[in-house]
Design a protein around this ligand. Structure first.
Ligand SMILES: C[S@@+](CC[C@H](N)C(=O)[O-])C[C@H]1O[C@@H](n2cnc3c(N)ncnc32)[C@H](O)[C@@H]1O
Length: 247
C-alpha cells in the first residue's frame, strides 16, 4: 500500500514507523552526531546548574519511540520527564525504553503546540529542560511563532530548550528546499527501498515546513529567547539550536 501524499502528518510515523526506524538506524538524518551534540549540551547545562535548583523537569516534544535518546535519558538525574507525541502508537515504545528509571514519567498524546498552550500545562510547575527533535518543522511558520512565544512562559528561570530540526537556508524557498532534499533522498538514501524513499518524499512534500534559519532566529529573539546554533549537519538542513531565556 502506498501512502497518499495528502495523508496526515503522523501517517509516516504511525503506519510506517519501520521506514523512519531505518532512516535513524542508517543515520540518514545524522542522528548520531545530533545525539552527541545534544548529550554534550545537556551535560554542560547540568554541570552549571545551581546545586540548590533541584532535579530538573524535562519535556520532550515529538518524542517518538526514544530509540536514539533513551540511553542519554536513562542517565539523567531528572525529577520528571514528559513525552509528548501526536502519534499514540509510539508512546508505549518510548515508555518501555524508560522502564525502571528513578524519575517520574508521563506520556501525552497531543499536538506539541497544543501542549505548549494548554492551560493545564501552564498551571503545572514550569519545566527546566525542553527537548524537541525533528518535529517542530511540521508546524507552519505562524504556528512556530506561537510555539516560541508560548514556550517562553512554560520554561523555568535558568531553563534550557534544545531544538533539533531541519531548517531552510536563509532566503531559501520551501520549494527549493524540498527539491534538494528530494534529490538527496533519491541519490543517497540507498538503505531504503524505492517505495520507502517515495513514502518519505510524499511525507516531506505534504507536511514539512522547515523554518528559514535567519528568520526563525529573529522571531525567537523577538519572543525573548537568546539563540545559539550548537550543531549543523553536513547537508545544510539538520541542525541543533539552543534557546535560553534572555534576561
Ligand atoms: C521524525 S520523528 C522524530 C522522533 C524523535 N524525536 C527523533 O528524533 O527520532 C517526528 C515525531 O514527531 C511527532 N510529531 C509530528 N508532528 C507533531 C506535532 N505537531 N505534535 C506532536 N508530535 C508531532 C511524530 O508523531 C513523530 O513521532
Amino acid at each position: 500500500m502506498r501512502l497518499m501524499p495528502g495523508g496526515t502528518v503522523t501517517d509516516l510515523f504511525q503506519r510506517r514507523w519501520s521506514t523512519y526506524r531505518r532512516v535513524v538506524d542508517h543515520d540518514l538524518m545524522e542522528h548520531r552526531a545530533l545525539a552527541a551534540a545534544t548529550a554534550g549540551a545537556i551535560r554542560h547545562w547540568l554541570a552549571q546548574r545551581s546545586p540548590t535548583a533541584g532535579r530538573p523537569r524535562m519535556a520532550d516534544l515529538g518524542c517518538g519511540d526514544l530509540a536514539q535518546l533513551a540511553p542519554l535519558l536513562r542517565e539523567l538525574p531528572l525529577e520528571a520527564y514528559t513525552g509528548v507525541d501526536l502519534c499514540a502508537d509510539v508512546l508505549p515504545l518510548a515508555a518501555a525504553r524508560l522502564e525502571g528509571v528513578a524519575y517520574r514519567r508521563s506520556w501525552c498524546r497531543q499536538d506539541l503546540l497544543a501542549w505548549v498552550l494548554d492551560p493545564a500545562v501552564a498551571a503545572a510547575p514550569a519545566v527546566d529542560l525542553v527537548h524537541t527533535a525533528y518535529a517542530v518543522h511540521h508546524l507552519h511558520d505562524g504556528a512556530k511563532h506561537r510555539f516560541l512565544a508560548g514556550l517562553r512562559s512554560r520554561l523555568a528561570p535558568g531553563g534550557l530548550v534544545l531544538w533539533a530540526d531541519v531548517f531552510r537556508a536563509s532566503g531559501e524557498s520551501r520549494a527549493s528546499y524540498l527539491a534538494r532534499y528530494t534529490q538527496r533522498i533519491l541519490q543517497t538514501w540507498d538503505p531504503l527501498a524505492a517505495a520507502e524513499r517515495q513514502q518519505v518524499i510524499d511525507h516531506i512534500s505534504a507536511h514539512d515546513h522547515p523554518a528559514d534559519r535567519r528568520a526563525i532566529q529573529r522571531a525567537a529573539e523577538a519572543c525573548g529567547w537568546q539563540w545559539r546554533w550548537l550543531w549543523r549537519g553536513s547537508h545544510g538542513a539538520e541542525a541543533l539550536a539552543m534557546l535560553t531565556p534572555r534576561v
